[in-house]
Design a protein around this ligand. Structure first.
Ligand code: NBX
Length: 808
């Protein structure tokens, strides 16, 4: 076998024979009697087999080199579908295609059975997946740790325009991509009490033990031999938990009660919802993840090392937001209580081991846990956190003598009616590096949200601008564009060296290249139109400007502003004022947290407006609007290649980075956006003349709030806005009322600038040659937004990890 990525060296004959063998021995059937699931699983196993050999070699090379490893801890991963990825990364796309055809199997039909593991909410989870992809591609020794939720992010459906959530039982037919390793089970304690040992050492006697059972999926690098893994933990009750005597007495519910309680821990992914925090099960999940991961990390460390003083040289643990931050207390507990290290030595190891990424600026999104809940659930961890805090506050007091306000500001424990543990503070205190996810975000973090810490430890604060996988979001999502780029650049090297896209710049001036670029976009819009028709019944015009807003529903992201503009266009068209109107397809995608009342109302409004717009024959030639249900990674791969315009319209200072902005720009969409998150860096790179900028910046937002913001003034001053808000009032009085009187996210303040900017977009669209030129330049200048660059930045500034090359 050979392991080159684009050509596996396998023939279709070999591939077909292996598929038949898997059908026979793994599924116990034959081609004649195989179900579609049988065929799909056998195909998946055949592809997976191509990666196993590379994985074994990777593990051997890592064992031999004993390198410094990056362990990525994240409660969420949005991996996307595995079949398309693994066919590409194993270089078997073409031979699988031929083999399936020869066997009379439909590749498309089997592809449709590949279920995407939706183990995350949005950007944070997808970033984790992109970083794993980039680490493997750059031969960085890494393991991702997460939770194997039985139910991923809910599936979204609309009933009367309202979001309805359905459970996502993603492994219902089994998951051919994972390997179970019940031998590596870990025990995780909860509740109980603590007892004195010597000095600061104490013994935790848990009141309940749950087992963590790992399975892993392969994370192949592209164009290299390395295959890393992501290890996901599932909660299992011990075999003794089944209560036989209850069962014998016919009490079936009671018989399995303990099993259910234990196994609920990994039952379901929490939909991000700031209003619903404080739930015991969520804290249990976090502790479960970090305990299993840390024990596994220590097990791996001990394979090649024995001295704790080398731990922080061999292990770096990246905390993806605050969700895994309990790991800091758990590592201290292991080192002090179990291993008998003295506190200072344990603290030095711990602090050097961890690094923390923050993904927000919203103070309300910073996670805190009630002290009383933690005392009950994790009594020893709480004691440790109090001791960490005590020692930390002494340091603060030395630095700011007599400054009680400083102590209150920085303390890990928030005082109030109810004491709470501030997880972000614990993260900063217990880590050697803290980073934001875009330049503006990192700057604002240090200036506002974590200001006090940045003053205390300026050297600890970094920026690492997010990036996305060009393999998934260009090569897999947009094969037509990838082919055109490869043809122009001579080879596919750009897929692992995205800066090479800059060599496309001269092509922007080449009319023939522009024609082909447009042709690719047009075909992609046709694909989107076809899928849209099939899933929603809405007919899109593949020649219309494809105007896309895809992201989680949140007020700060201002989907409402997008809707206000659509209503503006609707009114203009109805009045016959079409001078500045070009045919547009408005495409929405995104889920709202089930408990997020306002986001759900905005969503319903969007669906209502779509209904009105699409039903009006006078408007249809100019405007169509569709809300594609159940936005996920696979849907993203369909929508992004078709997009001409990327809506990145959050209120300045609210979006940490955004990553759909990067995916869309890379695929040649022009951005209409505010100076927020990574939009700033996108604009710097693609050039202000190729970017539609509008709206208040962070300084203007602060100034406006300082003066006292009165949304009603905008309503009264702007007749067109008045008409729009009045129309909204007819559909949803509560939303209109909020806009007029509160408008927390300054939607009305940015309305005029946004609508005028959209008029500039329309005028630009009227010149296809110039639009195409700008589109090509957006792609050519977006190489910086590769997750490979992000990983290199982490390696250089934070991880200090170097590649280990795995022989072919
Ligand atoms: O992380 C997102 C930010 O909003 C984006 O600006 C950023 O680009 C992205 C990657 O850095 N945050 C995010 O997706 N958060 C969550 O999904 C989330 C999940 C659970 C939770 C809180 C937030 N409890």
């Amino acid at each position: 076998m050979t392991y080159a990525t684009t050509h596996s060296g396998t023939t279709p004959g070999d591939f077909g024979r292996e598929l038949l063998s898997n059908l026979y021995y793994q599924r116990g059937t034959t081609l004649e009697s195989a179900s579609a699931q049988d065929a799909y699983h056998s195909l998946a196993l055949t592809v997976r087999n191509r990666l196993v050999d590379r994985y074994i070699r990777t593990a051997a090379a890592h064992y031999q080199e004993n390198p410094r490893f990056i362990y990525y801890l994240s409660a969420e991963y949005m991996l996307g579908r595995q079949l398309d990825q693994n066919l590409l990364y194993s270089g078997t796309q073409e031979c699988a295609h031929s083999a399936l055809a020869a066997l009379g199997l439909s590749g498309d039909e089997l592809d449709a059975l590949d279920v995407e593991p939706g183990l995350g909410n949005g950007g944070l989870g997808r970033l984790a997946a992109c970083l794993l992809d980039a680490m493997a591609t750059q031969d960085i020794p890494a393991v991702g740790y997460g939770i194997r939720y039985d139910y991923g992010i809910f599936q979204q459906e609309f009933q009367d325009g309202a979001q309805v959530e359905h459970p996502d039982d993603w492994t219902f037919y089994g998951n051919p991509w994972e390997f179970h390793a019940s031998d590596d089970q870990q025990k995780v304690g909860f509740y109980g009490h603590t007892e004195a040992l010597d000095g600061v050492r104490r013994k935790w006697v848990p009141g309940e033990i749950v087992l963590g059972e790992p399975s892993h999926m392969l994370v192949p690098g592209y164009g290299t031999t390395t295959v890393n893994i992501i290890r996901l933990w599932k909660a299992r009750a011990s075999p003794q938990s089944f209560n036989l005597s209850h069962f014998g007495a016919g009490q079936y519910g009671e018989a399995v009660e303990e099993i259910v309680r234990s196994e609920n821990i990994s039952k379901v992914l929490y939909p991000d919802d700031s209003t619903e925090l404080g739930r015991e099960l969520r804290l249990k999940q976090q502790h479960f993840l970090v305990t299993c991961a840390l024990r596994d990390i220590v097990r791996r460390f001990r394979l090649c090392n024995s001295d704790w003083d080398h731990f922080a040289d061999k292990v770096v643990i990246q905390l993806n937001d605050t969700h895994p931050v309990m790991a800091i207390a758990e590592l201290m507990r292991m080192l002090v209580d179990e291993e008998g290290l003295d506190w200072d030595r344990a603290w030095s190891i711990t602090r050097r081991t961890f690094a923390y990424t923050c993904h927000t600026l919203l103070p309300e999104a910073l996670e805190t846990w009630p002290v009383e809940l933690m005392r009950r659930l994790l009594p020893r961890h709480l004691e440790i956190i109090f001791l960490i805090n005590h020692l930390f506050l002494q340091e603060v007091a030395d630095r700011y003598p007599g400054d009680d306000a400083k102590l209150r500001e920085l303390s890990i424990i928030a005082e109030g009616a109810e004491q709470r543990v501030r997880m972000a503070h614990l993260a900063v205190v217990g880590s050697s590096a803290v980073n934001g996810v875009a330049e503006l975000h990192s700057r604002l973090l240090a200036a506002t949200t974590l200001h006090g810490f940045a003053n205390l430890w300026p050297g600890r604060f970094h920026n690492v601008t997010n990036g996305v996988s060009p393999r998934r979001f260009v090569r897999l999502a947009n094969p037509r564009l990838a082919e055109l780029i490869t043809e122009r650049l001579g080879d596919g090297g750009w897929l692992t060296d995205l800066d090479q896209l800059s060599r496309l710049e001269p092509a922007a001036a080449d009319p023939e290249f522009r024609r082909r670029w447009r042709e690719v976009k047009r075909l992609n819009r046709e694909d989107l139109a076809e899928q849209t028709l099939a899933t929603t019944g809405v007919v899109l015009d593949p020649d219309a400007l494809c105007d896309v807003m895809i992201k989680r529903f949140h007020e700060y992201k201002r989907q409402l502003l997008r809707v206000l503009h659509v209503v503006t266009l609707y009114h203009r068209i109805r009045r016959g004022e079409v001078a500045d109107v070009v045919p547009r397809s408005i495409v929405f995608g995104g889920k709202a947290a089930p408990g997020y009342y306002v986001a759900k109302r905005i969503m319903k409004l969007a669906n209502r407006v779509a209904e009105v717009v699409n039903a009006d024959p006078a408007v249809s030639p100019y405007l169509k609007m569709v809300f594609l249900p159940d936005y996920n990674v696979s849907r993203a791969q369909l929508i992004i290649p078709a997009a001409d315009l990327s809506e990145q319209i959050s209120l300045a200072g609210k979006e940490a980075s955004g990553t759909s902005n990067m995916k869309l720009a890379l695929n040649g969409a022009l951005t209409i956006g505010t100076l927020d998150g990574a939009n700033v860096e996108i604009r710097d790179r693609v050039g202000g003349e190729n970017f539609f900028l509008f709206g208040l910046d962070t300084a203007e937002v602060a100034a406006l709030r300082g003066r006292g913001y009165r949304p009603r003034d905008h309503y009264e001053r702007d007749a067109e806005l008045r008409e729009v808000v009045d129309a909204v009032a007819g559909w949803d009085g509560e939303l209109a009322d909020d806009l007029m009187h509160r408008d927390e996210y300054l939607t009305l303040a940015d309305f005029r600038a946004y609508v005028d900017c959209q008029d500039r977009v329309a005028r630009a669209w009227r010149d296809p040659e110039d639009w195409t030129r700008m589109s090509i330049l957006n792609t050519a200048r977006s190489g910086f937004f590769s997750a490979d660059r992000t990983v290199r930045d982490y390696c250089r500034d934070i991880w200090h990890v170097t590649p280990v090359y795995v022989p072919r």
